[in-house]
Design a binder for this molecule. Structure first.
Ligand code: AMP
Length: 221
């Protein structure tokens, strides 16, 4: 049975940074709906044009768009043996939809299906806005930095590509607050959903990046 990790946590909880590292460690793809949607916006696909309206307001993009994007991504060969989902599912409705997708993928690959482990990145609310507004990323390789705890070596340049770092348009204080409201209303109930299924693991994500990494390895291996 393939392992599927679902990373849950509010915006700015450090899921993306840890997912990238774990993906390399396990040789699993890191599948992040936010990035897939931003790619669609960049390419101005019909999904991207529609998604942008919701993303600018810190709201969830309609489920049909996300389902289609994620299903197509999970059918790719590199996801055959397992994957890490970051930012999906983001509501109870999406969690049920994911169960259906997993049933469909079981048929598609003709395999035994998915063993799901949900990992919750726990960070106190008051730290989150500060983390988000200090977040920067490399538009070339996607590496994530933070001016508080993961600064680039040269000011505002990616350590790997030397490309100028950017700030996501929704990482401003106003949109960040709306994203937290959406998280609390739509996504937080997923903790109980996975707890009831007996597959929720919680880690303390309010620590140095290396310390979070050590805790993460303990729950995923
Ligand atoms: P993120 O990069 O995970 O912070 O996501 C950025 C934005 O993309 C969110 O505020 C939502 O508008 C949208 N988004 C990302 N993942 C999903 C999802 N699973 N369902 C609906 N909207 C999403």
């Amino acid at each position: 049975m393939k392992n599927v990790f679902i990373f849950l946590g509010p915006p700015g909880s450090g899921k993306g940074t840890q997912t990238s590292r774990l993906a390399k460690e396990l040789n699993f793809p890191h599948i992040d709906t936010g990035s897939l949607l931003r790619q669609n916006i960049k390419q101005q696909t019909p999904y991207g044009v529609e998604a942008k309206k919701y993303m600018d307001k810190g709201q969830l993009v309609p489920i049909e768009i996300v389902q289609n994007i994620i299903f197509e991504r999970l059918k790719q060969e590199d996801a055959k043996n397992g994957y890490i989902l970051d930012g999906y599912p983001r509501s109870i409705e999406q969690a049920y939809a994911l169960e259906k997708i997993h049933d469909n993928l079981k048929e598609y690959w003709n395999d035994e299906g998915a063993n799901v482990v949900a990992v919750y990145f726990d960070v106190p609310n008051e730290k989150l806005v500060e983390r988000l507004v200090n977040r920067r990323s490399c538009p070339a390789c996607g590496e994530i930095y933070n001016l508080l705890n993961k600064k680039p070596k040269n000011e505002n340049l990616c350590d790997k590509c030397s490309v100028e770092l950017i700030q996501r348009s929704d990482d401003n204080e106003e949109t960040a607050k709306l994203r937290f409201e959406t998280y609390n209303k739509e996504t937080k109930p997923l903790l109980q959903y996975f707890e009831d299924k007996g597959n929720l693991k919680t880690i303390n994500a309010d620590q140095e990046i290396e310390e979070v990494w050590v805790e993460l390895l303990k729950v995923v291996k």
